[in-house]
Design a protein around this ligand. Structure first.
Ligand code: NAD
Ligand code: TYD
Length: 372
């Protein structure tokens, strides 16, 4: 098992990153070190998501949580952080993450996802010269430094009605988002293969849970229901996604960081496939029960809208390698995860207000008008 001490978390003010930091400090086994959260606070990053963590772990004498505002493309800044905090581990969440945005404006995706990942890898390689010495090191499971790259199942393209993505499925990205993530995955593995940088990589299916930005399906639908807005379904609503509660993703990432073999990819999935429309109907029942709304009335607001260009039909992950080799298992079923997610959105109107009053709301209005 690796001993990970000073962990640089990139994108820790975003959805999965902030849940990861909370998980590591409050729940994960085997971590007593420090977390350095590097985040550019784009429209998707919100410091409010970690206010409680900042107060509890960032203000004591034995500080364990540090926030650094900055861009992962800023090489000098990243180099200085490696020195200042004696970084031995990187877990790289920072990204432009929304497919619809990548269709409207792909450049930011190439910058952050490709160039940003390259910058982090290159700085890590130089900073960890002594540990990164040979190709042989690439295959060794337990070393004292590690770069964990967080990626998506979307790099594998789209499935037909049957079959699953495995770690051996050829890459076939089809949106600017997935293409930029695929490029970053290749760079991470190339740094492992060529320079011996200890790298693990995970490709995960769709996440949901607290703190998710309401441009993604589940939080967008929850908030639109609560606000009496239309529920926009792309195309015929029969696209399929494999949903995973965010804490389960993070427990998998932590498991891989501690025990995963350098140079290996691990697929993470929920084994939980849903057609969008069926999922929406379940969500309507949960939200209406909790918020005392009339489900028939809310169902009446389902609106079929123009399909997303290049919309992938089906994603489904085979995560048997992770279960078999690293003993990972899920603990939260879909009903419980959705229920906890809806509870969280109902209990946190200030968080919603804080993100909706800024850049995000302006962007939604400009690009989608009423839909958002
Ligand atoms: P998010 O959009 O909610 O958060 C991204 C975070 O990165 C934000 O805090 C943002 O401020 C920060 N960021 C963006 N550009 C940056 C830059 N140049 N420098 C520093 N920080 C920057 O994303 P998320 O949903 O939390 O996804 C996190 C990671 O997980 C991404 O790499 C994504 O590809 C991957 N992933 C997400 C899902 C999902 O369902 N959300 C599924 C699989 C994999
Ligand atoms: P999304 O949450 O954007 O994740 P991804 O595209 O990365 O899988 O979308 C999930 C699914 O929901 C996808 O098939 C597109 C669909 N969708 C809608 O039908 N309406 C919406 O408003 C959104 C945001 C997504």
């Amino acid at each position: 098992m690796r001993k990970l001490t000073n962990i640089l978390v990139t994108g820790g003010a975003g959805f999965i990153g902030c849940n990861f930091i909370r998980y590591l400090l409050e729940k994960a086994e085997g971590f007593s070190g420090r977390i350095i959260n590097l985040d550019a606070l784009t429209y998707a990053g919100n410091k409010m998501s970690l206010e409680d963590i900042e107060a509890k772990y960032g203000a004591t004498i034995a500080k364990r949580y540090f926030f650094e505002h900055g861009d992962i493309c800023d090489r000098r800044l990243v180099e200085s952080l490696f020195v200042k905090y004696e970084i031995d581990t990187v877990v790289h969440f920072a990204a432009e993450s929304h497919v619809d945005r990548s269709i409207l404006g792909p450049e930011a995706f190439v910058k952050t996802n490709v160039m940003g990942t390259f910058t982090l890898l290159d700085v890590a390689r130089n900073a960890w010269k002594e540990a990164v010495s040979s190709k042989e090191a690439a295959g060794k499971p337990h070393q004292n430094v590690l770069f964990h790259h967080v990626s998506t199942d979307e790099v594998y393209g789209s499935l037909g009605e049957t079959g699953y993505f495995t770690e051996n499925t050829p890459y076939d990205p089809r949106s600017p988002y997935s293409a930029s993530k695929a490029a970053s995955d290749h760079l991470a593995m190339a740094y492992n293969h060529t320079y011996g940088l200890p790298v693990t990589l995970s490709n995960c299916s769709n996440n949901y849970g607290p703190y998710q930005f309401p441009e993604k399906l589940i939080p967008l639908m929850i908030l639109n229901m609560l606000e009496g807005k239309p529920l926009p379904v792309y195309g015929d609503g029969k696209n399929i996604r494999d949903w995973l509660f965010v804490e389960e993703h993070n427990s998998a990432v932590w498991t891989i960081m501690r025990n995963g073999v350098s140079g290996e990819t691990y697929n993470i999935g929920g084994e939980n496939e849903w057609e969008n429309l069926k999922l929406l109907n379940v969500l309507i029942d949960i939200v209406c029960a909790k918020a005392k709304l009339d489900p028939a009335k809310v169902r009446g607001t389902i609106t079929y809208v123009k399909d997303r260009p290049g919309h992938d039909r089906r994603y489904a992950i085979d995560c048997s390698k992770l279960k078999r080799e690293l003993n990972w298992k899920q603990n939260v079923n879909f009903e419980e995860g959705l229920s906890r997610t809806v509870d969280w959105y109902l209990a946190n109107p200030q968080w919603i207000e804080s993100i909706r009053s800024g850049e995000y709301q302006k962007w939604v209005e400009k690009n989608y008008g009423e839909r958002g």
